[in-house]
Design a protein around this ligand. Sequence first.
Ligand code: G3P
Ligand code: MG
Length: 361
Amino acid sequence: TSTYFSPIQSRLQRSSFGIAFDIDGVVLRGRHPIGGSSKALKRLYVDSTSCGTLKVPFLFLTNGGGTPESRRAIELSELLGVNVLPSQVVQGHSSFKSLLNSFENELIIATGKGEPALVMSEYGFKKVFSIDEYASFFENIDPVSQYKNWTSKQAFDLTSDSEKIMRRQSVLSKRVKAAFVVSDPVDWGRDIQVLCDVLRSGGLPGQENGNQVPLYFAADDFEYQAAFPFKRLGIGAFKIALESIFNRIHHRPLEFVSYGKPNPLVFKNVEAVLRQILSSHCDDHFVNKGDIEFNGFKTLYMIGDNPVVDIKGAREAGRPWFSVLTRTGVFRGEGNHIEFPADLVVNTVEEAVDYILESEH
Ligand code: G3P
Ligand code: MG
């Protein structure tokens, strides 16, 4: 009988699940792997030495960003010692691609750490200016700039003089049609000043009050876990600062749209991305492709450290999501989170992966 049942059993044993890993506070703190992340991730490849073909479809789902997905994949591969594909990186600003139809050929500005303008250009937006470059065309727009002893490392410094003149003319004659906060802003004071100028004027600083320019945030995290031992203020905190100041100077309250977790649409999109990863990069021997393509994933695990972002998002996304909360980042409690309890609480991401692999086989 064992011979008779074995083909069926081996078919059933092939997995029908996938995993989404949060980055900050789960697999990395700053640039350092934490919680046994590297070792845990290697277990998801057919060969843990070469880390090529996947045994389990997985991706990184972070609200962080500032770098194109292709570069972030290279950076994660180096830091974690596994082969991460660009399609396995979903960042807060990845959702901005859905706005291409509205703003592809419009003048837009982008702010945040890293290279926000490059991120937007790679998504296909044709007329993007980083807020650094944009502000540089308005003399004295930042009245305290002379006291700042840092210089921008952004790509606009590399453009030729003739190109600079053209770009300057375009900025001074055209209205900004949308503003994007791509990642954690670096110079909050300057950004709040310039964004207020752009948003209140209808897209051209120095003009009379106009209709507010659309404003998009890549995420809304109030706090997140970086390298410093205590939580750091994130995009959500910047949003509160901008909003409270804007509402003092404008006749209408600030309007904005925030993307990233916990928005359930993000989780829906991740499910679709995991299906693509499954069909292109997973080994048939380990993954039940036919079943997933027909019935969908049986379980999708979200491993996160922030109850109000990662766990809330997975809970609201509903089936097949299963939430796992680690104690390596924003959450440090002994039990579960009261308001947004996870399906499972573990100390580290390694424990989370151990649990998943044991439950699924
Ligand atoms: O800026 C990073 C932060 O907002 C959160 O990143 O990876 O914890 O979603 P993550
Ligand atoms: Mg996190």
